[in-house]
Design a protein around this ligand. Structure first.
Ligand SMILES: Cc1cc2nc3c(=O)[nH]c(=O)nc-3n(C[C@H](O)[C@H](O)[C@H](O)COP(=O)(O)O)c2cc1C
Length: 271
Protein backbone atom coordinates (compact mmCIF):
# COMPACT_ATOMS: atom_id res chain seq x y z
CA UNK A 1 0.00 0.00 0.00
CA UNK A 2 1.19 3.48 -0.84
CA UNK A 3 2.34 5.76 1.95
CA UNK A 4 -0.48 8.23 1.26
CA UNK A 5 -3.06 5.58 2.15
CA UNK A 6 -1.24 4.80 5.38
CA UNK A 7 -1.12 8.51 6.16
CA UNK A 8 -4.86 8.83 5.54
CA UNK A 9 -5.61 5.85 7.78
CA UNK A 10 -3.38 7.23 10.53
CA UNK A 11 -4.99 10.69 10.19
CA UNK A 12 -8.44 9.23 10.67
CA UNK A 13 -7.21 7.87 13.98
CA UNK A 14 -5.43 11.03 15.13
CA UNK A 15 -8.38 13.20 14.11
CA UNK A 16 -10.74 11.01 16.09
CA UNK A 17 -8.56 10.84 19.19
CA UNK A 18 -7.31 14.42 18.96
CA UNK A 19 -3.74 13.18 19.31
CA UNK A 20 -0.43 13.32 17.48
CA UNK A 21 -0.18 9.55 17.24
CA UNK A 22 -2.98 7.05 16.64
CA UNK A 23 -1.64 4.85 19.41
CA UNK A 24 -3.70 4.13 22.48
CA UNK A 25 -2.41 2.69 25.69
CA UNK A 26 -5.33 0.39 26.46
CA UNK A 27 -6.81 0.54 29.93
CA UNK A 28 -5.24 -1.94 32.33
CA UNK A 29 -7.08 -2.52 35.57
CA UNK A 30 -5.02 -1.33 38.56
CA UNK A 31 -2.23 -0.36 36.16
CA UNK A 32 -3.66 2.50 34.08
CA UNK A 33 -3.96 5.23 36.65
CA UNK A 34 -3.48 8.98 36.29
CA UNK A 35 0.36 8.85 36.10
CA UNK A 36 0.55 6.47 33.18
CA UNK A 37 -2.51 7.85 31.40
CA UNK A 38 -1.38 11.49 31.57
CA UNK A 39 2.18 10.55 30.55
CA UNK A 40 0.91 8.77 27.44
CA UNK A 41 -1.38 11.64 26.49
CA UNK A 42 1.29 14.27 27.18
CA UNK A 43 3.64 12.45 24.78
CA UNK A 44 1.15 12.44 21.94
CA UNK A 45 -0.49 9.08 22.46
CA UNK A 46 -3.91 8.39 23.96
CA UNK A 47 -4.08 7.22 27.56
CA UNK A 48 -7.10 5.37 28.96
CA UNK A 49 -7.91 5.21 32.67
CA UNK A 50 -9.08 1.81 33.88
CA UNK A 51 -12.09 1.94 36.16
CA UNK A 52 -11.93 -1.79 36.83
CA UNK A 53 -13.96 -2.11 39.99
CA UNK A 54 -12.64 0.99 41.69
CA UNK A 55 -14.73 2.62 44.35
CA UNK A 56 -16.59 5.34 42.41
CA UNK A 57 -15.08 8.20 44.43
CA UNK A 58 -11.60 6.91 43.58
CA UNK A 59 -12.53 6.89 39.89
CA UNK A 60 -13.68 10.51 40.16
CA UNK A 61 -10.39 11.38 41.83
CA UNK A 62 -8.38 9.57 39.13
CA UNK A 63 -10.22 11.56 36.44
CA UNK A 64 -9.51 14.81 38.30
CA UNK A 65 -5.86 13.86 38.82
CA UNK A 66 -5.47 13.00 35.14
CA UNK A 67 -6.95 16.34 34.16
CA UNK A 68 -4.49 18.07 36.47
CA UNK A 69 -1.56 16.26 34.82
CA UNK A 70 -2.55 16.64 31.17
CA UNK A 71 -4.56 18.95 29.00
CA UNK A 72 -4.61 16.37 26.21
CA UNK A 73 -7.47 13.97 25.48
CA UNK A 74 -7.78 10.72 27.40
CA UNK A 75 -10.42 8.06 27.90
CA UNK A 76 -12.04 6.19 30.76
CA UNK A 77 -12.62 2.46 30.40
CA UNK A 78 -15.65 1.03 32.20
CA UNK A 79 -16.24 -2.66 32.70
CA UNK A 80 -19.93 -3.28 32.11
CA UNK A 81 -19.92 -6.39 34.29
CA UNK A 82 -18.18 -4.71 37.24
CA UNK A 83 -20.33 -4.45 40.38
CA UNK A 84 -19.70 -0.68 40.44
CA UNK A 85 -20.55 -0.19 36.76
CA UNK A 86 -23.73 1.86 37.29
CA UNK A 87 -21.95 4.20 39.67
CA UNK A 88 -19.03 4.41 37.25
CA UNK A 89 -21.31 5.62 34.46
CA UNK A 90 -22.66 8.31 36.75
CA UNK A 91 -19.09 9.38 37.54
CA UNK A 92 -17.95 9.67 33.91
CA UNK A 93 -21.11 11.57 33.01
CA UNK A 94 -20.77 13.90 35.99
CA UNK A 95 -17.05 14.44 35.38
CA UNK A 96 -17.64 14.85 31.64
CA UNK A 97 -14.94 12.38 30.67
CA UNK A 98 -14.06 13.17 27.04
CA UNK A 99 -14.04 9.54 25.86
CA UNK A 100 -15.82 6.56 27.39
CA UNK A 101 -14.76 3.02 26.53
CA UNK A 102 -17.23 0.25 27.35
CA UNK A 103 -15.50 -3.07 27.95
CA UNK A 104 -16.38 -6.40 29.52
CA UNK A 105 -19.53 -7.03 27.48
CA UNK A 106 -21.78 -5.13 25.11
CA UNK A 107 -23.32 -2.01 26.70
CA UNK A 108 -27.03 -1.30 26.37
CA UNK A 109 -28.27 1.34 23.95
CA UNK A 110 -29.30 3.40 26.99
CA UNK A 111 -25.81 3.34 28.44
CA UNK A 112 -24.34 4.47 25.14
CA UNK A 113 -26.94 7.23 24.89
CA UNK A 114 -26.33 8.33 28.48
CA UNK A 115 -22.57 8.61 27.95
CA UNK A 116 -22.95 10.41 24.64
CA UNK A 117 -25.43 12.88 26.11
CA UNK A 118 -22.65 14.09 28.41
CA UNK A 119 -20.62 15.01 25.32
CA UNK A 120 -18.33 11.98 25.46
CA UNK A 121 -17.21 10.05 22.43
CA UNK A 122 -18.07 6.41 22.97
CA UNK A 123 -15.82 3.52 21.99
CA UNK A 124 -16.76 -0.16 22.30
CA UNK A 125 -15.11 -3.52 21.81
CA UNK A 126 -16.78 -5.61 19.13
CA UNK A 127 -16.27 -9.37 19.13
CA UNK A 128 -18.32 -10.14 15.99
CA UNK A 129 -19.42 -8.21 12.93
CA UNK A 130 -23.16 -8.29 13.66
CA UNK A 131 -22.63 -6.71 17.08
CA UNK A 132 -20.33 -4.11 15.56
CA UNK A 133 -23.08 -3.11 13.17
CA UNK A 134 -25.61 -2.90 16.01
CA UNK A 135 -23.25 -0.75 18.09
CA UNK A 136 -22.69 1.59 15.15
CA UNK A 137 -26.48 1.95 14.74
CA UNK A 138 -26.67 2.76 18.45
CA UNK A 139 -24.29 5.65 17.97
CA UNK A 140 -20.89 4.26 18.96
CA UNK A 141 -18.16 6.54 17.59
CA UNK A 142 -15.34 4.02 17.17
CA UNK A 143 -14.54 0.37 17.78
CA UNK A 144 -11.64 -1.59 19.19
CA UNK A 145 -11.10 -5.12 17.99
CA UNK A 146 -9.06 -7.14 20.43
CA UNK A 147 -7.58 -10.53 19.69
CA UNK A 148 -6.69 -13.24 22.12
CA UNK A 149 -3.03 -12.23 22.05
CA UNK A 150 -4.00 -9.23 24.17
CA UNK A 151 -2.95 -9.13 27.79
CA UNK A 152 -5.89 -9.30 30.16
CA UNK A 153 -8.19 -10.74 27.50
CA UNK A 154 -9.89 -14.11 27.36
CA UNK A 155 -11.63 -13.99 23.96
CA UNK A 156 -11.03 -16.96 21.66
CA UNK A 157 -10.26 -15.21 18.34
CA UNK A 158 -6.83 -14.05 17.14
CA UNK A 159 -6.17 -10.43 16.21
CA UNK A 160 -5.31 -11.33 12.60
CA UNK A 161 -8.65 -13.12 12.18
CA UNK A 162 -10.65 -10.24 13.66
CA UNK A 163 -8.70 -7.78 11.51
CA UNK A 164 -9.64 -9.57 8.31
CA UNK A 165 -13.28 -9.70 9.29
CA UNK A 166 -13.70 -6.16 10.58
CA UNK A 167 -11.23 -4.02 8.68
CA UNK A 168 -12.43 -5.25 5.33
CA UNK A 169 -16.11 -4.84 6.16
CA UNK A 170 -16.57 -1.81 8.41
CA UNK A 171 -15.78 1.67 7.20
CA UNK A 172 -18.39 3.75 9.02
CA UNK A 173 -16.31 4.36 12.17
CA UNK A 174 -12.61 4.25 12.99
CA UNK A 175 -11.37 0.85 14.16
CA UNK A 176 -8.38 0.43 16.46
CA UNK A 177 -6.65 -2.93 16.61
CA UNK A 178 -5.40 -4.48 19.85
CA UNK A 179 -3.63 -7.67 20.84
CA UNK A 180 -0.05 -8.72 20.42
CA UNK A 181 1.14 -5.51 18.77
CA UNK A 182 4.64 -4.47 19.75
CA UNK A 183 6.24 -2.64 16.84
CA UNK A 184 5.58 0.23 14.47
CA UNK A 185 5.86 -2.17 11.54
CA UNK A 186 2.93 -4.17 12.88
CA UNK A 187 0.89 -1.03 13.38
CA UNK A 188 1.61 -0.07 9.75
CA UNK A 189 0.39 -3.49 8.59
CA UNK A 190 -2.95 -2.98 10.30
CA UNK A 191 -3.20 0.57 8.96
CA UNK A 192 -2.69 -0.86 5.48
CA UNK A 193 -5.66 -3.15 6.07
CA UNK A 194 -7.82 -0.17 7.05
CA UNK A 195 -7.29 0.28 10.79
CA UNK A 196 -7.19 3.82 12.12
CA UNK A 197 -4.58 3.04 14.76
CA UNK A 198 -3.55 0.55 17.38
CA UNK A 199 -4.13 -0.08 21.05
CA UNK A 200 -1.21 -1.51 22.99
CA UNK A 201 -1.22 -2.66 26.58
CA UNK A 202 1.52 -5.04 27.66
CA UNK A 203 4.24 -3.01 25.96
CA UNK A 204 3.42 0.06 28.02
CA UNK A 205 3.65 -1.83 31.27
CA UNK A 206 7.42 -1.33 31.01
CA UNK A 207 7.00 2.45 30.98
CA UNK A 208 8.85 4.33 33.70
CA UNK A 209 5.59 6.13 34.37
CA UNK A 210 3.90 2.83 35.02
CA UNK A 211 6.42 1.69 37.59
CA UNK A 212 5.34 3.26 40.89
CA UNK A 213 2.15 1.31 41.51
CA UNK A 214 3.78 -1.88 40.36
CA UNK A 215 6.96 -1.68 42.35
CA UNK A 216 7.47 -4.82 44.32
CA UNK A 217 5.25 -6.59 41.83
CA UNK A 218 2.03 -6.01 43.74
CA UNK A 219 -0.28 -3.10 43.26
CA UNK A 220 -1.18 -1.69 46.63
CA UNK A 221 -4.67 -0.61 45.62
CA UNK A 222 -7.75 -2.11 47.19
CA UNK A 223 -9.10 -5.02 45.24
CA UNK A 224 -5.85 -5.59 43.34
CA UNK A 225 -6.63 -9.13 42.46
CA UNK A 226 -6.06 -10.98 39.25
CA UNK A 227 -3.37 -8.65 37.92
CA UNK A 228 -1.52 -8.29 41.17
CA UNK A 229 1.10 -10.78 40.13
CA UNK A 230 2.21 -8.47 37.36
CA UNK A 231 5.79 -7.34 37.83
CA UNK A 232 8.21 -5.19 35.92
CA UNK A 233 11.89 -5.95 36.00
CA UNK A 234 14.47 -3.65 34.49
CA UNK A 235 17.06 -5.23 32.23
CA UNK A 236 20.68 -4.18 32.46
CA UNK A 237 21.76 -2.30 29.29
CA UNK A 238 24.17 -5.13 28.38
CA UNK A 239 21.58 -7.85 28.92
CA UNK A 240 21.32 -9.76 25.61
CA UNK A 241 17.56 -9.96 26.02
CA UNK A 242 17.41 -6.17 25.67
CA UNK A 243 18.76 -6.40 22.12
CA UNK A 244 15.65 -7.65 20.43
CA UNK A 245 13.80 -4.54 21.51
CA UNK A 246 16.12 -2.23 19.65
CA UNK A 247 14.87 -3.22 16.22
CA UNK A 248 11.25 -3.04 17.21
CA UNK A 249 11.66 0.28 18.93
CA UNK A 250 12.96 1.88 15.76
CA UNK A 251 9.65 1.10 14.11
CA UNK A 252 7.56 2.58 16.87
CA UNK A 253 6.54 6.17 17.03
CA UNK A 254 8.80 8.18 19.35
CA UNK A 255 6.71 8.14 22.53
CA UNK A 256 6.03 4.45 22.28
CA UNK A 257 9.71 3.82 21.75
CA UNK A 258 10.58 5.92 24.73
CA UNK A 259 8.06 4.23 26.96
CA UNK A 260 9.31 0.88 25.83
CA UNK A 261 12.76 1.49 27.25
CA UNK A 262 14.58 -1.64 28.18
CA UNK A 263 12.45 -3.54 30.56
CA UNK A 264 10.79 -6.86 30.86
CA UNK A 265 7.28 -7.77 31.74
CA UNK A 266 7.03 -10.79 33.93
CA UNK A 267 3.89 -12.62 34.80
CA UNK A 268 0.68 -12.94 32.91
CA UNK A 269 -2.87 -11.95 33.38
CA UNK A 270 -6.18 -13.26 32.27
CA UNK A 271 -8.72 -10.50 32.85
C1 LIG B 1 -2.78 -6.14 33.13
C2 LIG B 1 -3.81 -5.81 32.08
C3 LIG B 1 -5.05 -5.35 32.49
C4 LIG B 1 -6.01 -5.03 31.54
N1 LIG B 1 -7.21 -4.52 31.95
C5 LIG B 1 -8.11 -4.12 31.02
C6 LIG B 1 -9.30 -3.45 31.42
O1 LIG B 1 -9.53 -3.18 32.60
N2 LIG B 1 -10.19 -3.09 30.46
C7 LIG B 1 -9.95 -3.35 29.12
O2 LIG B 1 -10.80 -3.02 28.29
N3 LIG B 1 -8.82 -3.96 28.72
C8 LIG B 1 -7.89 -4.33 29.63
N4 LIG B 1 -6.71 -4.88 29.21
C9 LIG B 1 -6.44 -4.96 27.76
C10 LIG B 1 -5.65 -3.71 27.29
O3 LIG B 1 -6.41 -2.54 27.39
C11 LIG B 1 -5.19 -3.85 25.83
O4 LIG B 1 -6.29 -3.90 24.94
C12 LIG B 1 -4.33 -5.08 25.61
O5 LIG B 1 -3.35 -5.17 26.61
C13 LIG B 1 -3.67 -4.98 24.22
O6 LIG B 1 -2.94 -6.15 23.94
P1 LIG B 1 -1.37 -6.30 24.27
O7 LIG B 1 -1.28 -6.50 25.75
O8 LIG B 1 -0.98 -7.50 23.51
O9 LIG B 1 -0.68 -5.05 23.81
C14 LIG B 1 -5.74 -5.21 30.16
C15 LIG B 1 -4.47 -5.67 29.77
C16 LIG B 1 -3.52 -5.97 30.70
C17 LIG B 1 -2.16 -6.43 30.23
Amino acid sequence: MEMKHLAAAWKRGTDFLGTRYAILCGAMTWVSESNLVSAISNEGGFGVLAAGNMPPDLLAKEIEDTRRKTTFPFGVNLITVAPCFRDHIDVVVREKAPFVFFAGSIPSGKDIEHAKASGAKVVCFAPVLSLARRLIKQGVDALVIEGNEAGGHIGPVATSVLAQEFLLNITEVPIFVAGGIGTGEMIAQYLALGASGAQLGTRFVVAEECAPPLQGGVHPGPGAGRHAHFAVRRLAPDDPRARHRERGDEGLQPPAARFAEQGEVRGASSG
